[in-house]
Design a protein around this ligand. Structure first.
Ligand code: SF4
Length: 328
């Protein structure tokens, strides 16, 4: 059976004067129903942009320069999302109904002047023929499903009247309102404290399993991603640098960047030892390093070869690949 979403050799670029600056380069991944793909990397790695391209939400100035994004409906022929007109009827009918997204900052996504119930029921009415009353009843059911203690009361409240964790639950309820087949969660817990973060991750994992959705979970925190994902794709400067089953990537990572991300996790640091940090920052795409993009931050392993020759993705074990000259 075809995966729900299939991304093949996707590249996205931004126009700057006469140049097209690559922001995402030749990434490929599939997500099947009931499966969670985690995408991990620092800010500027292209992880959110890649996910947004699935919804036809590449920001102004950017465009898909090559590759395909294909969605497999429950019945009928596959739909090539990457060739649909931006903001046309076809992509709008998929967005929010078949493919939904939970964003990082719910306060920026929720309307300050409409009640939570009103916003969820409005989304429902855009994609279904429910009456106003039935949509509100369904909105309250959804708030109950995402663990709100008094869903009918929460439906009457505005975003500023509830906590950050409750706002994110409301966003998840809204995303689930039309029974999406694929849920994209873009840093859904970054604005939350650690306890609420754990609750939201548990909730997403439970809903994904109960509803047999495909899920893409994006985070800069590789520890968090490996808790929820079946497979992980690590991105650096718009490229896929390692991909594999979550447990394999965690235990036998094959790329120095992945190892550096893991080494910076408190769970991987001995009690009392200083937490490792990853030196430097992701380079600006306008001054992309030659050879391996990671070489300026890879002093432990980088050789002369790394400074001039781009590595390719090598299969290093079953379904486990890394883009590094260490595996040449
Ligand atoms: S190719 Fe070289 S510089 Fe790049 S990650 Fe591997 S060892 Fe480090």
């Amino acid at each position: 059976m075809n995966p729900l979403i299939s991304v093949k050799d996707l590249s996205i670029g931004f126009h700057q004067r006469h140049l097209v600056l690559p922001a995402v380069e030749n990434i490929s991944f599939d997500v099947a129903a009931g499966e969670t793909l985690g995408i991990v990397g620092e800010s500027g790695s292209g992880k959110s942009l890649s996910a947004r391209a699935i919804l036809g939400l590449v920001p102004a100035g950017g465009e898909i320069t090559s590759g395909q994004i294909t969605y497999q409906p429950a019945s009928g022929d596959p739909i090539e999302i990457s060739s649909l007109p931006k903001n046309g009827r076809d992509i709008r009918s998929l967005r929010g109904s078949k493919i939904a997204m939970v964003f990082q900052e719910p306060m920026a996504s929720l309307s300050p002047v409409h009640t939570i119930g009103n916003q969820i029921s409005t989304t429902l009415r855009q994609h279904t023929d429910l009456s106003k009353r039935a949509a509100l009843t369904r909105a309250i059911e959804l708030l109950d499903q995402v663990g709100m203690a008094s869903p009918a009361e929460i439906a009457e409240q505005y975003a500023h009247q509830i906590s950050g964790g409750m706002r994110q639950r409301a966003m998840i309820a809204m995303a689930l309102s039309c029974n999406p087949r694929l849920l994209i969660c873009d840093e859904p817990t970054t604005a939350l404290d650690a306890t609420t973060e754990a609750q939201i991750v548990d909730l997403l994992a439970k809903l994904q399993a109960d509803l047999n959705m495909g899920m893409i979970f994006i985070s800069h925190n590789i520890g968090l991603v490996s808790e929820i994902a079946d497979r992980v794709m690590v991105m650096y400067l718009g490229q896929e640098v390692e991909t594999g089953p979550a447990e394999t990537v965690l235990k036998t990572s094959g790329h120095p960047y992945t190892r550096a991300l893991l080494a910076a996790l408190p769970a991987f640091t001995e009690a009392g030892a200083e937490l490792a940090t990853l030196q430097g920052t992701v380079p600006d795409p306008t001054s992309r390093p030659t050879g391996c993009s990671f070489h300026p931050r890879c002093p432990e392993f980088a050789g002369e070869h790394c400074k001039t020759v781009r590595p390719v993705l090598h299969a290093i074990a079953d379904r486990h690949c890394a883009k590094c000259h260490l595996h040449d």
